[in-house]
Design a protein around this ligand. Structure first.
Ligand SMILES: Nc1ncnc2c1ncn2[C@@H]1O[C@H](COP(=O)(O)OP(=O)(O)OP(=O)(O)O)[C@@H](O)[C@H]1O
Length: 298
């Protein structure tokens, strides 16, 4: 049996009286593209820091490719590449120097062929000799990704890698991360862009206040929690809302239902009610709705 890429068991972490992690259990299989979602302060970064050995959990255990992050730190760390949220660099090194130093941390010498390959994939070749301080924010973020990859880790964790990054770079980054995943790397991603998570992640865990409140395949989450929606613009909002809708802004009323088959009946009742139908919009279930629903129920 293959070991999971990541195994998190009953992990707790307190800061004073605050439960940053209140007993988290998770398993991510090798080769998965896994999403870790949750509102600000849910504990995502704390969990990632614990995986990277930067935060010591109060209880429970974490393993990377079967290596305990406390008891077998070196091997656990060797198997993990983390792209952190914060852009922190020594401004005096060039991009290549930085990547060589990072390779050195893992005891790797003569890593330039691989470094060249990473730089090319991230469209950074022309910046290899540039000082970190001369790079734009988006380029620095790409260097963070490169830094996480110098030791060819099988498991890669990206903590909001696209925050504050322009659309073009975001798409480029995702293309690259997808390629890594297709090449067999396990990817764990946190992001507040739910559309991105929906299109990239096969499975998703949602965290709220240090607890896993949903954990399933993206498809199942969409099926289980999300409803389709019908938005209608009407002359008489109250009349329409009385049929089970929710009044929204500017004369729009929203209805939630399980499948498109229900739309016809609803439209017929709206017409009969004399609400004065002006315009309709249909919405398919999306992860954003699921997220709002899960957070609301939890
Ligand atoms: N070093 C620390 N000292 C005290 N409290 C902390 C520390 N680090 C995190 N916390 C608290 O722990 C909770 C979880 O924070 P964490 O950064 O893990 O959340 P997050 O899900 O990553 O949020 P975001 O989406 O904003 O990045 C928050 O309430 C935060 O204020």
């Amino acid at each position: 049996m293959t070991v999971p890429a990541i195994r998190v068991r009953a992990v707790t972490k307190q800061y004073g009286t605050l439960n940053a992690l209140g007993g988290v259990d998770l398993e991510v299989g090798q080769g998965e593209f896994f999403g870790l979602l949750g509102p600000n302060g849910a504990g995502k970064t704390t969990l990632i820091s614990a995986l990277a050995g930067l935060v010591r959990p109060d209880g429970g255990s974490l393993e990377i490719m079967g290596h305990d992050v406390v008891g077998d730190y070196r091997n656990a760390r060797r198997n993990l590449g983390v792209v952190p949220q914060e852009l922190v660099f020594d401004p005096f090194f060039s991009v290549r120097e930085l990547l060589r130093i990072q390779s050195g941390y893992f005891g790797i010498r003569g890593n330039d062929d691989w470094i060249d390959e990473i730089l090319a994939s991230l469209d950074l070749t022309h910046k290899a000799g540039a000082n970190m301080r001369s790079l734009s924010g988006g380029m620095k973020r790409r260097v963070l990704v490169a830094q996480a990859l110098v030791h060819r880790p099988p498991v890669i964790v990206l903590d909001e890698p696209t925050a504050g990054v322009d659309v073009e770079l975001r798409q480029g980054l995702w293309q690259f991360v997808r390629k890594l995943n297709q090449a067999g790397h396990t990817i764990v991603l946190t992001t507040h862009y739910l559309e991105e998570a929906e299109s990239l992640c096969g499975r998703i865990a949602m965290l709220k206040a240090g607890r896993v409140v949903a954990l399933d395949t993206t498809d199942n989450l969409l099926r289980r929690f999300a409803t389709h929606s019908l938005r209608v613009s009407v002359d008489r909002v109250d009349t329409a809302a009385a049929l089970g809708g929710r009044a929204a802004e500017d004369g729009w009323v929203e209805f939630a239902f399980d499948g498109y088959a229900d739309v016809e009946g609803l439209l017929a009742r709206l017409r009969e009610s004399g609400a004065g139908l002006r315009e309709i919009q249909l919405g398919a279930p999306d992860l954003e709705r699921v997220f709002v629903e899960v957070m609301h129920r939890a």
